[in-house]
Design a protein around this ligand. Structure first.
Ligand code: ZN
Length: 218
């Protein structure tokens, strides 16, 4: 299955179906998945976690509870693609649940895990292959509407763990973003249950390649 098909199939199902698919995809990559159950606001959530190596680990996270391609099933596909690469240091892959309602999956993970070196969070990804660091963005202005930016990286940062929040953009919009302008075309897809349009296998592979360099350098 190519990366675009993976996002399409993730989009066709619900949280429970996605959890099962992620478990299967993790097994296919030679990892042993672990399901972490937690409760938040009366809802049961399920993180899916897999790791390689021993000791203080870099945690690569991508939430799977959003119903959109860009936010964040493209990000899930990128994290799964990253699992196909070799690592010479401890890395954990966290497919987090209930991010949209308050980063509950990430919070539950942090509470249960001790040996965390840092976090690389992928959220808002799969459209375009340029990686942009959105860690320092707190609010976005969409006309009169102000949107407060929070992601799983925020949950790590609040516990004093070095955390980065990465997104992807098509190169023209990445340029616009680096010049200080909101890349409206792509970012207006966030929380809009957008589909697979604009997502390509090539973009996901390239984005994973770019992130791989970042993770190895962390
Ligand atoms: Zn998201």
């Amino acid at each position: 299955m190519n990366q675009k098909n993976l996002v399409e199939r993730l989009l066709e199902t619900n949280r429970e179906g996605r959890k099962q698919m992620i478990i299967e995809e993790i097994c296919r990559r030679g990892y042993t998945p672990k399901v972490q159950e937690f409760e938040a606001e009366g809802i049961i959530g399920y993180n899916v976690v897999a790791e390689t190596g021993k000791g203080k680990k870099a945690v690569v996270s991508a939430h799977y509870d959003g119903d959109g391609g860009y936010d964040n099933l493209g990000g899930v596909a990128i994290a799964l693609t990253l699992m196909e690469k070799p690592y010479d240091k401890p890395v954990a892959f966290l497919f987090s649940d209930l991010e949209e309602t308050g980063q509950h999956g990430a919070k539950a993970y942090i509470q249960q895990e001790k040996d965390i070196a840092n976090n690389v969070n992928i959220d808002g990804a799969g459209v375009g292959s340029e990686i942009v660091d959105v860690t320092d963005i707190k609010t976005l202005q969409f006309g009169d509407v102000e949107v407060r930016i929070r992601s799983d990286a925020t949950a790590f940062a609040e516990k004093g763990i070095p955390a980065k929040h990465y997104a992807t953009l098509p190169s023209a919009e990445a340029k616009q973003y680096r010049a200080g302008n909101i890349p409206m075309k792509t970012w207006s897809r966030v929380h809009n249950n957008d589909g697979v349009q604009g997502i390509t296998s090539m973009a996901i592979k390239k984005a994973a390649e770019n992130l791989y360099q970042i993770i190895r350098g962390e």
